[in-house]
Design a binder for this molecule. Structure first.
Ligand SMILES: C[S@@+](CC[C@H](N)C(=O)[O-])C[C@H]1O[C@@H](n2cnc3c(N)ncnc32)[C@H](O)[C@@H]1O
Length: 267
């Protein structure tokens, strides 16, 4: 089976078995949706009337919060079970949420320059090549549109196990290509999924090279100084699991637009 079919199946299973990652927005969260979505102040003061793409973001959390805040929401995800949660919660709350089953690197169903915000939770680990994905995000974002994303840090993906002195061992090479091997330490990995390591060059450089300018970058802290050595909070003391970024679509020039229309109309 190819990696997309494996990941689709894995995420269907996670959604159908009530995984923590398929947790829908609660009533309490819906009372202050923007604060819950955005503790860093990266979003505008209101998203009412804005077109928001929740990318690889099925599960009824981000979509519901943006819709409750008044945005026009589209969710793209590979897993029909994750999208079913967005549909179910949308209907239950009387919200209009559009769902599209597609891969994050092929957004052909979405029009050019149609979104004010693209919000992508951790998911780039499920595809081997970020170049087509970034090109698609840059295509569907309006000029100056906001791109908020979270990714697994490469160093975290490199950890293979904890040795007898409770030190974390880098067992995977930084330049590893292809699916990540199974590891003894599988914290921050979804069992059954095919995952890929992305270097900072690909994650950050690749985004900047796709006409999205970085405005802020955070490393969510997951260190827990009281946690047992077997707990992921202990591991978080040594390696940050995630990186979060805010970027903005660089406005297109007349030359960009004419190149694109030539490409479209050339027989
Ligand atoms: C960590 S979950 C994110 C959703 C969740 N709402 C959250 O807040 O964390 C990752 C999502 O990526 C989706 N996914 C995996 N591979 C994908 C792909 N190639 N294209 C689109 N979505 C994909 C999964 O189905 C899953 O819903």
């Amino acid at each position: 089976m190819d990696y997309k079919s494996i990941n689709r199946q894995t995420w269907n299973q996670l959604a159908d078995t009530g995984s923590l990652f398929a947790r829908v927005a609660t009533d309490e969260e819906c009372r202050k949706p923007l604060t819950v979505l955005d503790g860093r102040g990266w979003l505008p003061p209101t998203v009412a009337g804005l077109n928001v793409l929740c990318l690889a973001s099925g599960g009824g959390w981000q979509s519901v919060l943006y819709a409750v805040a008044g945005a026009n929401v589209t969710v793209v995800d590979l897993s029909e079970s994750m999208l079913a949660l967005d549909q179910r919660e949308g209907q239950r709350r009387g919200l209009n949420i559009r769902t599209v089953q597609a891969s994050m690197d092929d957004l052909r169903e979405l029009s050019d320059e149609s979104f004010d915000i693209v919000h992508q939770p951790v998911s780039t680990c499920y595809i081997p090549d970020l170049v087509p994905m970034y090109a698609e995000i840059a295509r569907v974002l309006k000029d100056n549109g906001i791109y908020i994303s979270q990714h697994k840090q490469p160093a975290s993906a490199q950890i293979s196990h904890r040795n007898e002195r409770h030190q974390f061992v880098i067992g995977v090479e930084y330049y590893h290509t292809g699916p990540l091997p199974k590891q003894i330490d599988d914290a921050y990995r979804e069992s059954g999924a095919t995952e890929y390591l992305h270097r900072l060059d690909e994650l950050i450089g690749g985004m900047c090279r796709s006409n999205m300018a970085l405005e802020d970058l955070r490393e969510p802290m997951r260190a827990d100084y009281k946690a047992a050595v077997t707990h992921y909070g202990y591991r978080g003391r040594f390696v940050p699991p995630y990186v979060r970024m805010k970027a903005r679509r660089v406005p297109r020039t007349d030359a960009d637009r004419s190149t694109r229309s030539e490409t479209i109309w050339t027989p």
